[in-house]
Design a binder for this molecule. Structure first.
Ligand code: AP5
Ligand code: MG
Length: 191
């Protein structure tokens, strides 16, 4: 079973590329951002907690995320594998994910890290703000999300590197070209 993490800052293209990867390799796409937005929409208890952090571009507490992941992994016992998008974002989350998978005799196969420069990220997110109106695509929150990524999440790259699981992929260019680079890395896992 192949389990992937797609990693990168806000606007890197994690969601865009995950959908394609999930389709090509028949993997279950787990976007914690999407799960949380749905919890906010239905005003669940966890959604009400999450909203406070999401509106500020801060990380939702690890405990909330770990409970969600536990539920999602449990509900998807018979899938071919997972692609995790937006999770893990802290060392605690990364260690918990490894533990949860280990418990099921599984592990992360590969971490695909999308590299996109700051200006391009800002441009993409400002553009999406005009097109889609996602609640956290506001100038102030976009900057806070990028800062949170740099401070809290980017250091995880060392953790993945130390595990020998990190593949870095340029995230600039056409969506198709980036997908090609991603799948040339993923294909190696199947051979
Ligand atoms: P989340 O939903 O994960 O948001 P994010 O990390 O800020 O990233 P985005 O979804 O904005 O970007 P993306 O990398 O998916 O890029 P996309 O494909 O959309 O998280 C939201 C919030 O939830 C967090 O701030 C936090 O509060 C909370 N949260 C979530 N997970 C958490 C966790 N594990 N722990 C704690 N809190 C958590 O692309 C962006 C745009 O660019 C799109 O418009 C797209 O069409 C465009 N685009 C994509 N590729 C290209 C390309 N090659 N060229 C030009 N444009 C492109
Ligand atoms: Mg996304």
């Amino acid at each position: 079973m192949v389990n992937l993490i797609i990693f990168g800052p806000p606007g890197a293209g994690k969601g865009t590329q995950s959908v394609r990867i999930a389709q090509k390799y028949q993997l279950k796409h787990i976007s914690t951002g999407e799960i949380l937005r749905e919890e906010v929409r239905i005003e669940s208890k966890c959604g009400r907690v999450a909203k406070v952090y999401m509106d500020e571009g801060k990380l939702v507490p690890d405990e909330v995320l770990i409970n969600i992941l536990r539920r999602v992994i449990d509900e998807n016992r018979y899938v071919n594998g997972f692609i995790f998008d937006g999770f893990p974002r802290t060392l605690v989350q990364a260690e918990e994910l490894d533990k949860m998978l280990h418990h099921e005799d599984l592990s992360i196969s590969l971490v695909l890290s999308l590299i996109v420069d700051h200006e391009e990220l800002i441009e993409r997110l400002y553009k999406r703000a005009l097109q889609e109106g996602r609640a956290d695509d506001k100038a102030r929150v976009i900057h806070q999300r990028l800062e949170t990524y740099n401070k809290m999440t980017a250091p995880l790259l060392d953790y993945f590197e130390a595990q020998g699981k990190l593949a870095t992929v340029p995230g600039i260019g056409t969506i198709d070209d980036i997908f090609q680079s991603l799948y040339s890395n993923i294909d190696k896992l199947y051979h």
